[in-house]
Design a protein around this ligand. Structure first.
Ligand code: 2P0
Length: 330
């Protein structure tokens, strides 16, 4: 099945009437069990299930309406760079009728393409806005499958709090959607340590494809991811923070190990990334319950509990702290 066929099939379930505009927000998310590798690149079906936590008010606002003669794509108030605009227009091709064009205005309050998952919140917000524009009346599960076609990690950005993206087994991808985990964890904190805002040289899509094709270590990844996914769900249900932190950190490092073993080798880290990882390990040796995760980029995301917020701030004065469960919508 192609992505066009998938969309056609799903749109058969649409029920409402088109409106004149749509506007929506979606949060960024950080995977604690990473999505790394595709079993179907066209449908964006993952090799393994993943689990994430959304970043509350950090994410993307998107407004969409019909345009007259061509797509008009704006990013943060300015005409979007050509590659960004082309990615959005390609995605809109999945939904447009003959001669139909769109104006899309998208605003991120997180750095674009620095490993802070802005394509995730971007496609999730766009899909929610399109749902209003076209009046589809889809539920979050259906919207998560449409977001998936834009960017895999966007599947999980339809929700506040913890989200799981089921890898699914079906070839048509109808069982590869995300859902929210009911648990909340008010004391949980995420600390963003920005090492670089620069656009990365190798995007996640090509990075993961190169890893799947060339890395010997990738063979061990699906089994580890499956195990970590289960452990994280157990840790969340039991509110066992050391288990959550250890599993998330180990999962991220295992993912980066598969990249280092790819050819040509792939390393998203900067020297400062490694220095910060070592600082976390030292703090842990000194008794602080502090863990980290890293996506396909150089930035660290710290994981800790509210009771340790002062200690974390003292060690990392530039940390940006997010309380995922103190968002009024969460
Ligand atoms: C994740 N990442 O689970 C993993 C961890 C990066 C490292 O999902 O090809 O931009 O558009 O599906 O979603 C980033 O990959 O990739 C990602 P595509 P995407 O958050």
């Amino acid at each position: 099945m192609t992505r066009q066929q998938f969309v056609k099939l799903l749109l058969k379930r649409a029920k409402g009437k088109p409106g004149t505009r749509g506007a929506a927000f979606a949060p960024a998310n950080i995977a604690l069990c990473k999505y790394w590798g595709k079993r179907d690149p066209d449908l964006n079906l993952p090799v393994n299930s993943s689990l994430s936590i959304s970043l509350g008010k950090l994410g993307t606002h998107t407004a969409v309406k019909f345009a007259k003669t061509a797509d008009r794509i704006f990013l943060n108030g300015k005409p979007a760079p050509a590659d960004f605009a082309a990615r959005i227009s390609n995605y809109l091709d999945l939904f447009r009728a003959d001669g139909q064009f769109f104006e899309v205005r998208t605003k991120n309050n997180i750095p674009t393409a620095a490993g802070l998952a802005s394509s995730a919140s971007g496609f999730a917000a766009l899909v929610k806005a399109l749902d209003q524009l076209f009046g589809w009346g889809f539920n979050s599960r259906e919207l998560s499958m449409l977001a998936r076609l834009g960017s895999g990690s966007a599947t999980r950005s339809l929700y506040d709090g913890f989200a799981v993206w089921h890898a699914g087994v079906r070839a048509d991808g109808m069982d590869s959607y995300a859902e929210r985990l009911g648990s909340t964890w008010p004391a949980l904190r995420i600390g963003i340590l920005e090492v670089s805002k620069a656009r990365k040289k190798t995007g996640s899509t090509s990075g993961m494809n190169r890893t799947v094709e060339t890395s010997e270590l990738y063979e061990s990844w699906p089994a580890q991811a499956e195990c970590d996914f289960d452990e994280l769900r157990t840790a969340i249900a039991a509110q066992d923070f050391p288990m959550l932190g250890k599993t998330a950190e180990n999962n991220a490092l295992a993912m980066h190990a598969t990249m280092l073993a790819a050819w040509p080798p792939l390393c998203y880290w900067k020297p400062q990334t490694v220095a910060l990882m070592q600082k976390v390990w030292q703090a842990r040796e000194n008794g602080l319950e502090l863990y980290f995760t890293i996506d396909a980029g150089p930035n660290l995301k710290l994981l800790f509990l509210n009771e340790n917020q002062a200690a974390v701030k003292a060690l990392f004065p530039n940390v940006q702290i997010v309380s995922p469960f103190q968002n009024p919508k969460a």
